[in-house]
Structure formats: C-alpha cells, structure tokens
Design a protein around this ligand. Structure first.
Ligand code: HEC
Ligand code: HEC
Length: 89
C-alpha cells in the first residue's frame, strides 16, 4: 500500500514536470531573440554578471514608441527577457 502510493505520487510529479516544461518552453520558441550585436552585446554580459532584471532596465532606452516602436499588439512590456531569450553566441 505504502509503495503503491509512492509510485502514484512519483507519476503525478512526473506529469506535472512535463506540463511545466512544456509551458515554459512554448513562448520563447516563437519569440524573437535578443540579437548578439553591438547594440545588445553589453546586455548579454549584464545578464551573465547581474541577472536579467538588471539588464531589462535599459531595453526601453531604445525600445520605446519614439525610437524603435514595438510591433502592433505587442504584449505587456515589463520583463522583456522572460519572453525574448538571448540569442546564442
Ligand atoms: C542601444 C539601443 C538598444 C537597446 C538598449 C536595446 N536594443 Fe533591442 N534593438 C535595437 C535595434 C536598433 C534593433 C533592431 C536592429 C537589430 O536587429 O539589431 C533591436 C532589435 C531587438 C529585437 C528584435 C530582434 C529581431 O530578431 O528582429 C529584440 C527582441 C530586442 N531588440 C530586444 C532587446 C532587449 C530585451 C533589450 C534589453 C536587454 C534591448 N533590445 C535593448 C536597439 C537596442
Ligand atoms: C509577454 C511576452 C513578451 C514580453 C514581456 C516582451 N515581449 Fe517583445 N515580443 C513578444 C512577442 C510575442 C513578439 C512578436 C513576435 C516576435 O517578433 O518575436 C514581440 C516582438 C518584439 C519586437 C519585434 C521583433 C521583431 O522581430 O521585429 C521587439 C523589438 C521586442 N518585442 C522587444 C521587447 C522589449 C524591449 C521588451 C521589454 C521592454 C519586450 N519585447 C517584452 C513578446 C514579449
């Protein structure tokens, strides 16, 4: 009995992890990545040293309605790097 319960719990946890992994993967795969070019290189570095939140503070210096407008229907803009993954080097 105790063993059967453990097995079932294990399975439930496994299924939960699969679902979470799927949800976690889904948005970034279809969303454009932050390019590794001269405009963005320092933010790739900053993510490595200080984390995503520190780097995101600067995105809207350029990405704002005046300078580089967002595409129409762009989702909520806080936490850029939650959706836009960094391009691989
Ligand atoms: C110095 C100005 C500047 C800053 C700061 C900046 N960007 Fe950009 N970004 C650009 C320019 C210019 C482009 C368009 C040309 C290009 O693709 O590099 C661009 C393009 C992009 C693109 C689209 C790439 C594509 O595939 O079309 C994404 C995504 C992006 N930036 C995300 C970010 C994020 C996230 C940050 C903050 C970490 C950030 N940018 C900070 C200037 C900037
Ligand atoms: C909730 C998810 C989400 C967040 C947060 C988010 N974006 Fe986006 N962004 C998208 C989606 C989806 C698109 C449209 C599909 C695409 O081009 O990647 C997009 C498109 C863009 C584009 C145009 C890409 C292109 O190829 O032309 C840029 C630039 C951009 N976002 C920058 C940013 C910046 C800078 C921030 C933070 C201030 C930000 N995004 C926050 C989801 C997000």
């Amino acid at each position: 009995m105790a063993l059967a319960l453990k097995k079932r719990d294990f399975l439930l946890v496994g299924v939960a992890i699969l679902i979470l992994a799927f949800l976690w993967q889904a948005p970034p795969e279809s969303t454009s990545r932050v390019p590794l070019d001269d405009d963005h290189r320092k933010y790739h570095e900053l993510v490595k040293t200080d984390g995503k939140k520190a780097a995101e503070k600067f995105c809207e210096d350029c990405h704002n309605q005046e300078t580089i407008p967002f595409p129409e229907g762009h989702p909520a803009k806080y936490r850029c790097l939650f959706c836009h993954k960094l391009a691989a080097p």
